[in-house]
Design a protein around this ligand. Structure first.
Ligand code: SF4
Length: 331
């Protein structure tokens, strides 16, 4: 969290966000069902904070990030950025929001146009948004590249001339071009070699301190999240099952799914090493989620009630929120 991170009004508020993808079948492409990728997600992020969304692949964390930025349309719910209704914004208001809210994708190669030099790609954004043109835009591109650990002359190079780590630096420089305050970092290091992952993490932290950025950090890697996040939200089958401050979450995860995820991280200190919890079976299909608690088909401590009653995400001790019948809520 940046030094100026305030405990005040959230910069981003997400309420009951849903994104269902229709399943079409037959020659007439009739809708025969829906994949519930994001199914009623509610959380907020404070200024200067890094909020991490974690969970297995396919749990809906990336779709949540994209729906917040309107890269894909929401089915239902609300997203407010500094009080502005993102899902209802249009025209000038949406253009302003697009400048303030940016994304860094997982795969830096596919995020860049292979036929454009990186300088042209970044300059194009500055011109389209009317931020800078001509020599001023060139200067701004060079400044961004240098700020992200590259050299000014790199602006004349094409994406294939960079290493994976350098390409991700270019993508981050491009995301910063419009002076955003909020960035969705969607698995920003998982396509990179392990040896350079920490450099990109350090760069993101450094930029957060310098520009007071707020991050939604999406990752399946709980070791990286431990280093990067201030708070953690755990997703399972399109729903948030636990939200907690990082320290509390890693010290004592409350949801059985969080406990299983954390038990799989290698820990060198035997005093805090946890017994590995092996989950049985596969994650159910989000097109046909189980009734009751979505985790009950794999939960090692499931009870009869879990088969029929959906546990809501409710506040519990220590400012945490958990969706489990075994965890007692506090008002
Ligand atoms: Fe397990 Fe029941 Fe809690 Fe779901 S509600 S996590 S099935 S104990």
């Amino acid at each position: 969290m940046t030094e100026s991170a305030a405990a005040g009004a959230p910069v981003l508020e997400v309420k009951q966000l849903r994104k269902y993808f229709p399943i079409r079948t037959g020659v007439l492409s009739r809708i025969s069902g829906y994949v519930r990728a994001v199914d009623g997600v509610t959380f907020d992020i404070r200024p200067g904070e890094t909020f991490a969304l974690v969970g297995e692949s396919g749990c809906g964390k990336s779709t949540t990030g994209r729906t917040i930025l309107r890269l894909t349309g929401a089915t239902d719910g609300e997203v407010h950025y500094n009080g502005e209704d993102v899902l209802a914004a249009s025209g000038d208001r949406m253009r302003r929001l697009r400048k303030a809210m940016q994304i860094v994708f997982q795969d830096p190669y596919s995020a860049l146009n292979p036929r454009m030099t990186v300088g042209t790609a970044i300059r194009e954004i500055l011109q389209v948004h009317g931020v800078a043109s001509g020599p001023q835009a060139r200067e701004r591109v060079e400044e961004l590249l240098v700020r992200c650990g590259l050299e000014a002359y790199h602006s004349w190079r094409y994406p294939h001339e960079f290493s994976g780590g350098q390409r991700q630096r270019v993508v981050i420089a491009r995301a910063l071009a419009l002076d955003p305050q909020f960035i969705v970092a969607d698995e920003p290091i998982s396509a990179l070699d392990v040896s350079i992952q920490s450099q990109i993490i350090n760069l993101l932290e450094d930029l957060q301190d310098t520009y007071q950025l707020t991050y939604l950090f999406i990752s399946h890697d709980l070791s990286v999240v431990r280093h990067m996040a201030d708070r953690v939200g755990v997703m399972y089958l399109g729903k948030l099952v636990e939200v907690a401050e990082k320290r509390e979450f890693y010290r004592e995860p409350l949801h059985p799914y969080s406990q299983a995820l954390l038990s799989a991280i290698p820990v060198s200190d035997p005093a805090i090493r946890k017994t590995r919890i092996i989950l049985k079976g596969d994650v159910p299909s989000p097109a046909n989620p189980p009734a009751g608690c979505p985790f009950h088909t794999r939960c090692p401590v499931a009870m009869e009630v879990c088969r029929s009653v959906v546990p809501e995400l409710k506040p519990t001790t220590g400012g945490r929120q958990v969706a489990c019948h075994l965890v007692h809520p506090v008002s």
